[in-house]
Design a protein around this ligand. Structure first.
Ligand SMILES: C[S@@+](CC[C@H](N)C(=O)[O-])C[C@H]1O[C@@H](n2cnc3c(N)ncnc32)[C@H](O)[C@@H]1O
Length: 494
């Protein structure tokens, strides 16, 4: 286990079982609990323990069962983060499900409670909460995020064999008929044909059309389309591993696209059946939904309230270009037009894009601190502004305004989450640092501390601040990701 996992393990135990004797040795961690005083089900909820022994019995924890349910890929022995539908689709900045499970324990969230996820991305929190019998609402401004989150939940309503049956029929049809597909003459097809070789374009269009015709169950269709979407960039003219859109220089995968999709479907089918099997006697909470709403939009959120806790990993101050690498999926699935995609990227919190017009407005706002962010943070942005030198390129020139906009947006988010939470509700955030150099001066942007300051200005108290050493959300851009992130636990003041 990593150091942070050991720390979280101990915190969970001390919180749930205050009287436990806790010892750490080379052989691992042992916890001795007077079991007359505790319910065995509470013990089985622990995230970082493999099993519980009592009176000669041994039982695997629920987390160990979930991880073991994941069909092993090769000889991989690492902790599984892709059990159930967690591995359905790649997503930038996705966090690992174990963290969610641990936060649920640390915040004392229990079955029957309702969680809010303000930046749900591909739905790790929603899906993991669902597996733990907790209902949730997620919000994301990116429609692909909502599509994928909802597809993960859908996967719980279907069986692997049904998915396989429908998928095989669609794949067979496409194998025989995709060459006959007529490509429309519209903005969408024009965009797609710029980035997909005609052979692959016809295959993906055939998959979409045939799935719409042959799969009338929305849940099965959306899981199927998510799997296809997860493969589209691999077979496109974009360099698949690149964070920005660049022309492909690497060869196409050796495996033919329909065979690859078929393989992915078989894996997902196994995973979703396996997770359902271990859930048989458990309460599953399917009352889980992702909504395509901007978390800054107070009016749009008016019907959502009464949450017991919030869990999230928000965007960084200068976020990854989330949308860029998802353009093909967004457009292929018809979730956005090519024009909308550009607007979407610019309007996400943490966006690095800044138009001249926006810069002018933000310059004024920053001067007077119109958005009333905390004085220290306002000073930091001013310091960044005065440090700029003529050698700084356009991205750096924009940095003070982008950071000011980020703080202002996060303040709006905190205010909205505050009004959506019940009193005393917890709010857990996993967030990391950024760095930037302006005019030769290094700015270490300690985003976790800044967010804590904003939260405290807006009605939250800080309960815990835990360093997650070596914790890395997979897919984070190396230059952007610093080895450590922090888990902040806040509480809404009465
Ligand atoms: C770090 S990702 C979350 C990833 C997620 N934890 C997962 O496991 O997939 C941050 C998310 O914030 C979303 N986002 C950015 N601005 C937003 C806004 N104004 N309202 C709602 N979501 C937003 C992005 O689209 C992105 O999906």
């Amino acid at each position: 286990m990593f150091q942070y996992e050991k720390a979280l393990a101990e915190k969970e135990v001390r919180l749930i079982f205050p009287g436990a004797i806790y010892s750490v040795s080379d052989g691992g961690i042992q916890v001795h609990i007077d079991h007359d005083k505790y319910n065995i089900n509470d013990l089985l909820k622990l995230t970082y323990f493999k099993s519980i022994e009592w009176d000669g019995h041994e039982e695997l924890t629920y987390q160990a069962l979930k991880e073991a349910s994941c069909p092993k890929v090769g000889a991989q022995k690492k902790q599984s983060t892709r059990y159930g539908a967690h591995g359905l689709h790649e997503y930038k900045g996705k966090f690992n499900p174990q963290i969610v499970s641990s936060i649920i324990n640390l915040c004392g969230i229990k079955q029957g409670d309702k969680i809010l996820e303000p930046f749900c991305g591909s739905g790790t929190t929603l899906y993991e909460a669902m597996l733990n019998g907790i209902s949730s609402d997620g919000f994301d401004y990116n429609p692909l995020a909502c599509f994928l989150s909802n597809a993960k939940v859908s996967s719980f309503r279907i069986s692997g064999s049904e998915l396989l049956k429908y998928a095989e029929a669609v794949l067979l049809y496409c194998e025989e008929n995709s060459h006959n597909i007529v490509i429309e003459n519209d903005e969408r097809s024009e965009y797609l044909s710029r980035w997909l070789d005609i052979k692959y374009l016809k295959i993906f269009e055939c998959l979409l059309k045939t799935a719409s015709k042959m799969i009338d169950d929305d849940h099965i269709r959306n899981v199927f389309l998510s799997i296809c979407s997860n493969n589209i960039r691999e077979y496109s003219l974009q360099e698949p591993a690149d964070l920005r859109i660049r022309r492909r220089s690497s060869p196409y995968p050796d495996i033919d696209v329909l065979t690859k999709i078929k393989k992915s479907i078989a894996e997902v089918a196994l995973s979703i059946d396996a997770i359902k099997k271990i859930q048989q006697n458990k309460n599953i909470e399917i009352n889980t939904n992702s909504h395509n709403i901007d978390i800054r939009d107070k009016k749009g959120l008016v019907n959502y309230h009464g949450y017991d806790a919030a869990i999230t990993s928000p965007p960084y101050a200068t976020a990854l270009p989330y949308i860029d690498t998802q353009r093909l999926s967004l457009i292929w699935l018809g979730l956005a037009t090519p024009k909308e995609v550009k607007l979407l990227e610019n309007s996400l919190i943490g966006s690095r894009e800044l138009t001249k017009k926006e810069e002018k407005i933000l310059r004024e706002e920053l001067k007077e601190n119109k958005n009333q962010i905390k004085d220290e943070l306002h000073e930091l942005c001013n310091d960044m502004l005065t440090s700029l030198g003529s050698e700084d390129g356009f991205r750096r020139q924009a940095m003070p305004f982008i950071v000011y906009r980020y703080f202002s947006d996060m303040q709006r988010m905190f205010k909205n989450v505050f009004s959506m939470l019940n009193s005393n509700g917890s709010f857990a955030l996993v967030v990391g640092h950024n760095q930037t150099t302006l005019g030769g001066k290094l700015f270490d942007l300690d985003t976790p501390t800044y967010l804590k300051m904003i939260a405290e200005e807006n009605g939250f108290t800080s309960v815990d601040d835990i360093k997650l050493d070596v914790y890395k959300r997979y897919d984070l851009h190396k230059a952007n990701s610093i080895n450590s992130e922090r888990l902040l636990i806040l509480r809404k003041k009465d």
